[in-house]
Design a protein around this ligand. Structure first.
Ligand SMILES: Nc1ncnc2c1ncn2[C@@H]1O[C@H](COP(=O)(O)OP(=O)(O)OP(=O)(O)O)[C@@H](O)[C@H]1O
Ligand SMILES: [Mg+2]
Length: 262
């Protein structure tokens, strides 16, 4: 039987009257490269924050790596890595100092942390300005550092909220190669991205969330098979996505409403 890395039961989060995540049942097998898709405001970041302990669910349950999150929060967090939406870096440190801090927080010894930090800074092409504070990094540099920090302890599940946003083509290529290698070695990768071509290339399985509800989940082939009409192996993920979340024609903004702009 497939080992399950992530499983949620009726996971929900409310903000006041708004139900941002509405009773979702997610299932991600160990070692899967999993894409979590949905329109802006659908509930993706809220779900990732709950799955990584950054935000408490209003109701529902989560099991990660066979452990009930609520019962074993520290044991779960030790084995996962995350680049959250806001990154949450300590901006008054240099990149090297930050990785040193994060590595030791995860219990790595000083020498191991130092070696991994050096390798990661080199890989992310962040090694040539060792004295620069994170506050003075560009957005893309901060993103790469956040990713380095998320993997320094060798997590078994890696959560990435928009990892490619603001990252240049060269770095994105290196990043894709790194993530692909980690997935091959058995790391479960759970990412959100609006760049559907990348998701299609990297991910074997996807789930789509729309207005807080899970509206599709499965392998790309399963999703293709599930959409009405003449889907075949050439149907792109973008077509699948639009057919699932864009069915409601009334939701598409009408250009005529912006007539004063044209
Ligand atoms: N701290 C908060 N307080 C109030 N509402 C919130 C809060 N965080 C998120 N929301 C609301 O929850 C809903 C889901 O937000 P979320 O950030 O999870 O969306 P998303 O799918 O990540 O969108 P995007 O693609 O734009 O990043 C939105 O309506 C948002 O306004
Ligand atoms: Mg988001």
């Amino acid at each position: 039987m497939l080992e399950i890395a992530i499983q949620t039961q009726k996971l929900s989060r409310k903000f006041g009257n708004l139900t941002a995540v509405d009773g979702i049942d997610l299932q991600v097998a160990a070692g899967q490269f999993f894409g979590f898709l949905g329109p802006n405001g659908a509930g993706k970041s809220t779900t990732i924050k709950m799955l990584t302990g950054l935000l408490a669910p209003t109701s529902g349950a989560m099991e990660l790596l066979g452990l009930d999150f609520a019962a074993h929060p520290v044991n779960v967090k030790r084995q996962i890595g995350v680049v959250p939406e806001g990154m949450g870096l300590f901006e008054r440190l240099t990149g090297a100092e930050y990785l040193q801090f994060v590595g030791q927080m995860y219990g790595l010894d000083r020498a191991t942390t130092q070696r991994r930090a050096d390798e990661l800074l080199e890989f992310m092409q962040l090694a040539d300005r060792p004295k620069t504070l994170i506050a003075d990094y560009s957005h893309g540099m901060q993103k790469k550092l956040a990713l380095a920090a998320a993997v320094i302890h060798g997590p078994r599940i890696l959560f990435l909220d928009e990892p490619f946003e603001g990252v240049d083509a060269l770095a994105a290529g290196a990043l894709k190669a790194l993530l692909g290698r980690m997935a091959e070695r058995g790391t479960t990768i759970f990412l959100t991205s609006h760049v559907l071509e990348i998701v299609e290339r990297l991910c074997s399985h996807v789930a789509i969330i729309h207005k807080g509800r899970l509206v599709a989940q499965g392998s790309l082939e399963e999703l293709r098979a599930g959409i009405p009409g003449e889907a075949d192996s050439k149907t792109t993920l973008e077509q699948i996505f639009l057919s699932i979340v864009g069915q409601d024609g009334a939701e598409r903004p009408q250009l005529e409403e912006l007539s004063w702009l044209m």
